[in-house]
Design a protein around this ligand. Structure first.
Ligand code: SAM
Length: 276
């Protein structure tokens, strides 16, 4: 059995410095506990025993770095994840969005697209999708390529169908995709209002004003300081009375934007920007 290497603080600093310097990605404000676990997983998968060999490999090999990026950023996702959240979007948020002539939505940290296509299905069922411009962003180019393709593994569909119905969906979920061998392709009609863009929440700025921003299960990997900075970016990017949706384990109550936001439905972490 392979012995897991122990990562010292200075080794972590050396590694993060190299990654920032060579590839431009700044992970210094990611939570160290989670970073450590992910880095150890990468080292285990690659059979690396110490930080020196890890740094050497990554500094000289862009392909290995891409794989490292995918491991470190965690891209676990699913369609209609947390059905009660989608139920709230469907029943309470979307009827308010329907009052706007045009609806701008930012899905930050969209991973491989499952969440954004879930939202598109809700908007389609509400007859609003054609009025929406949906920007789905992620730090990882590999995730964005998969997301753009609209291709998902068939074996998840049973679970996603159950999630869809639990979130209040009453139609035949299989009408939203075409199955081919072990994959499915989400219908073009559901995908066509989404623009996928690479965007790093650590370093990049806002690019529009939005009525709804979703960033779920992304900031959980950041330290509090970085969470606060990203929450301020979202606040600045929201239109007055715009909605912000966070993951079930995330919150803005510790942050500088707390007093400028109201809890719209705190059980599912949906907040609303106060009117000035
Ligand atoms: C656990 S997934 C969450 C996916 C989806 N939002 C969900 O809840 O199912 C976290 C995603 O955040 C992305 N991510 C991590 N750091 C990021 C950053 N600095 N900027 C933008 N996206 C980031 C990862 O690439 C990954 O796709």
């Amino acid at each position: 059995m392979m012995v897991r290497p122990v990562f010292e603080k200075h080794e972590m600093e050396q590694l993060l410095h190299m990654v920032h310097h060579v590839y431009g990605y700044d992970f210094s404000e990611y939570s160290k506990a989670s970073l450590n676990r992910r880095i150890q997983k990468f080292m285990h998968d690659k059979g690396l025993m110490d930080s020196k060999s890890l740094i050497q490999l990554l500094a000289g090999d862009r392909l290995s770095f891409q794989f490292f990026l995918e491991t470190v950023t965690v891209n676990v996702t699913e369609m209609f994840r947390d059905p009660s959240f989608y139920k709230c979007l469907r029943q309470q948020v979307i009827p308010i969005l329907a009052t706007y002539p045009q609806i701008n939505i930012w899905h930050a940290g969209c991973a491989t697209g499952e969440e954004v296509y879930s939202l598109c299905i809700l908007l389609h069922e509400a007859g609003l999708l054609h009025r929406c411009r949906i920007y789905a962003t992620d730090i990882s180019p590999a995730n964005l390529e998969i997301a753009k393709s609209g291709v998902l593994p068939l074996h998840h569909m049973r679970e996603y169908t159950a999630n869809y119905h639990e979130s209040g969906g009453v139609l035949d979920f299989s009408d939203y995709y075409t199955a081919h061998y072990d994959k499915v392709l989400i219908n073009k009609q559901i995908r066509e209002r989404v623009v996928f863009l690479q965007h790093n929440l650590v370093t990049d700025h806002s690019f529009n004003e939005f009525q709804l921003i979703l960033c779920r299960n992304v900031m959980i990997y950041f330290n509090k300081q970085l969470q606060n900075k990203v929450l301020k970016l979202f606040y600045e990017s929201l239109s007055p009375l715009g909605f912000l949706a966070l993951g079930m384990k995330e919150s803005l109550l510790f942050s500088e934007i707390k007093s400028k936001m109201s809890a719209f439905e705190s059980a599912v972490k949906i907040y609303r920007k106060k009117n000035k």
